[in-house]
Design a protein around this ligand. Sequence first.
Ligand code: AMP
Ligand code: MN
Ligand code: MN
Length: 328
Amino acid sequence: MSIATAQDQIVEELRAAEKLLLTTHENPDGDALGSLLAMHWTLEQLGKDSVMYMSPDEFPLSHEYRHMTFDGLLGAPPDDLDERLVVFLDCGNIDRMPVDFLQDGRVRILNIDHHHDNTMFGAVNLVVPEASCTAEIVFDLANQLGAEISAETAEALYIGLVTDTGRFMYENTSAAAHEMAADLIEAGVDTHLVYRRLFEGLPYRRLELLSRALSTVASYDGGAITLAMLSRSDFEETGALETDSEGIVDHLRAVEGTKVAVLVRELLSDERRGARKVSLRSTDGSVDVSMIARSLGGGGHRQAAGFTTQLAPEELVSTLREQVAAQR
Ligand code: AMP
Ligand code: MN
Ligand code: MN
């Protein structure tokens, strides 16, 4: 099915649906949360009964998103689940929403996303790899549905746009992304306030965690790989939360000569003891980090990808070095 056909089909199904349930990927980022809220408010504006689902484990959200409020959010399947059309937003793989009630084949799924490696797990898949963020696709859908973009919907979309483009810095920042920004500002977004909320007012523990990460920085293969690690004790001793590591990898990608920036952090929950989350960023596009992430059980974009691993640090580093070298 072409993207245009998928878009028409999705518009038709959203128009016809009375009850919906929206969801996104675990550890939601700004695009996940912004797309979720914007789609929810758009559907409500069109008179639909929309609810959102995220696991209660996601709360508190990462500090950036503390001002986002989620009325109509569920932490468990609703009794009327079978009557609801399910919409996944910004989720490349259904295993990134690891709950049985969405995975057991009971519900009809519309899959709206921009990951090029999306596994097409929906009944209808609107996957637009050229879109800078899922919020861009949601914005198009809202316009096609004839919804009025309220200031709060515009702000949610803007949060998705700003975070997934790295504040209009990454390669995915197209003319369409800037045009969308202009439209959203016209719809009432207070950009300065949004930036302050997203990127300032950080808890001090974040700086302490960053400082610990920077104290571990290692450079491999003539500077091509810049890598930092955070251990469980770094989190425990600074009082930092897992989400406080957000953004650290951007400091690594800025280092001269870096082709791939890597942040490895030990996971804190007891079920995931011994496991590490790896964030990969590619700077100039010479290395496709999503390929590396996929081969290790994760995924993502060519320039930003991630995975979770049980590999010990030394083995992990040597695997990453081999894979980066193989692509250069
Ligand atoms: P992160 O490093 O967590 O900021 O993620 C960067 C990108 O990689 C995002 O587009 C994520 O959707 C994707 N990603 C991160 N972790 C995984 C995973 N375990 N499986 C698939 N995609 C992932
Ligand atoms: Mn995302
Ligand atoms: Mn996204």
